[in-house]
Design a protein around this ligand. Structure first.
Ligand SMILES: Cc1ncc(COP(=O)(O)O)c(C=O)c1O
Length: 492
């Protein structure tokens, strides 16, 4: 007889990593010491792994709104929106979000995960869902819950998707679902391409704006605004736990669709509603998002500095154009060791390993927020470089040239950013190639590298080569041994 708990007894990956001293998850933060520093294991550590991109979760206006809401409405509504958990505050947030996102209507649910699960109410048996392979786990789970056919296309491969759509049953209901900005790579979906395909094949397009709404676009309406394809996107989902510094999820789109979801989305109907403090915090955050666009630009400036500072040292930071800076490591065990040594250097980031990323593509996800200083950003770069050299991830001596990247700033960026006049990006003088969303990969010579590596022009220090050579043997249990979760679980 099979005991369903057998697999738990046989689950070794966790203990192996703990024994090797390289387990990177569930690491408790004892305290927040400032907007960017935390106390971990009794030490002051620089936070470079938060999704609070605009730095609003501790903003005085947001905290005070949350505190007032708790005093007035209590800690929870202890009931579902449908029955007894709706406050006028929820309705206020919904109308504010609908106006902000320029959608007919919006509905607020308790988490971003639940917002994505809610879309399962819109499709079912006989329908076909076309999904990017790198979509967030919650979008994949929504398709499985719905019973619709799940057709996954290779990450970002719009041509392949086009062929899949052309081959699909013309009578079937069709929907394309994608992250706007992908949560591990920070790269953007080709929304213009996807919107054109959706139009051509009579499919709907649903976009999860978790990592881009609040951050990208002139008004902060995310990747659809950035690409000027908002009319081609039928429904957006958003989490309030990132740019909005709170907790919660949102779906925004046509009024009739939102009304339908209010009565059919099981993750909404059968779950306690978003607590008052989080509703009030999100409203206060939205006030700031609308009033202070410079926060968005600051994050993108810092992220660009982080990217280029790391690239100048020889790191591969992928194709991100957002606040997510993926530092590609490759081997899983090496990635876990990197994470551990980075923490020892006083920087907390995120280790992303399979199944959250493809086998052999483990990475350290580094993020900065609007609250980080340029000096802190430089410290993050230096700490990564120290560990990278020690573990042989980067060469002992920085390369002579590197490919500089530019972030997805709005097409019409404001004249001044963070109180200073915006300078043209030095990388534009280099050789460039165009990718989705703008100029990427400007090849810079070494001296230009120094000028553009960091926002404040701080020069990356050249350390002496360290004895650890590239390709050093990782500790026991490399590769697959450190799959902490099953294939369908994504650690994001
Ligand atoms: C793209 C994306 N969508 C949805 C979610 C889920 O949001 P929440 O954490 O609010 O449940 C996340 C969170 O990691 C995410 O990255």
């Amino acid at each position: 007889m099979t005991d369903i708990f057998d697999k738990c007894r046989e689950y070794r990956a966790y203990q192996t990593a703990v024994n090797a001293g390289i387990y990177p998850y569930y690491h408790p933060i004892a305290d927040w010491l400032s907007a960017t520093e935390v106390s971990i294991d009794g030490r002051r550590v620089l936070m470079a792994g938060s999704n609070d991109y605009l730095g609003l979760s501790r903003h005085p206006q947001v905290v005070s709104a949350a505190t007032r809401a708790v005093s007035r409405f209590g800690a929870t509504n202890s009931g579902s929106r449908l029955l007894n958990g709706t406050l006028t505050l929820h309705e206020h947030l919904e109308s504010r979000l609908a106006a902000f996102l320029q959608r007919e209507a919006a509905v607020v649910v308790t988490t971003g995960f639940q917002a994505n699960l809610a879309i399962a109410a819109l499709f079912g048996r006989g329908d076909i869902v076309f999904a990017d392979r790198d979509n967030h786990a919650s979008l994949a789970d929504a398709v499985q819950l719905s019973g619709a056919v799940h057709r996954r296309y290779p990450h970002g491969d719009v041509d392949r998707l086009g062929r899949m759509l052309a081959a699909a049953d013309p009578a079937a209901g069709k929907v394309i679902i994608t992250d706007g900005a992908f949560s591990t790579g920070g790269d953007l979906a080709d929304l213009p391409g996807l919107a054109a395909l959706a139009r051509a094949h009579g499919a709907r397009l649903i976009v999860d704006g978790g990592h881009d709404i609040g951050l990208l676009g002139e008004r902060g309406r995310g990747a659809p605004e950035y690409f000027a394809v908002e009319h081609g996107v039928d429904l957006v989902t958003v989490t309030l736990s990132k740019c909005f510094g709170s907790l919660g999820g949102v779906l925004a789109g046509p009024a009739e669709v939102i009304r339908y979801l209010r009565h059919h989305a099981r993750s909404l109907v059968f779950a306690a509603s978003l607590p008052p403090a989080n509703v009030a915090a999100a409203i206060a955050a939205l006030d700031i998002i609308e009033a202070e666009p410079e926060r968005r630009y600051r994050v993108l400036d810092l992220a660009e500095a982080l990217h280029n500072g790391l690239r100048a040292y020889g790191f591969d930071t992928g194709m991100s154009q957002t606040a997510i800076v993926p530092v590609r490591i490759g081997d899983t065990t090496l990635c876990l060791r990197f994470w551990t040594e980075l923490l020892a250097e006083g920087v907390f980031a995120n280790a992303m390993i399979p199944p959250g990323v493809a086998e052999g593509q483990a990475l350290i996800r580094v993020t900065v927020t609007a609250e980080h200083t340029t000096d802190q950003t430089a410290r993050i770069v230096e700490a990564l470089a120290t560990v990278g050299r020690r573990l042989g991830v980067i060469p002992p001596v920085p390369p002579a040239t590197f490919h500089a990247v530019t972030m997805a700033r709005p097409r019409r960026s404001p004249e001044t950013v963070s109180g200073r006049r915006r300078k043209p990006h030095a990388g534009r003088e280099g050789k460039s190639r165009t990718t989705v969303g703008g100029t990427h990969d400007d090849v810079l010579p070494a001296d230009a590298r120094v000028m553009t590596a960091l926002v404040d022009g701080r020069r990356p220090r050249h350390h002496r080569p360290v004895p650890h050579a590239r390709g050093r043997t990782p500790p026991a249990g490399r590769g697959r041994a450190f799959r902490f979760a099953g294939a369908r679980t994504q650690l994001r």
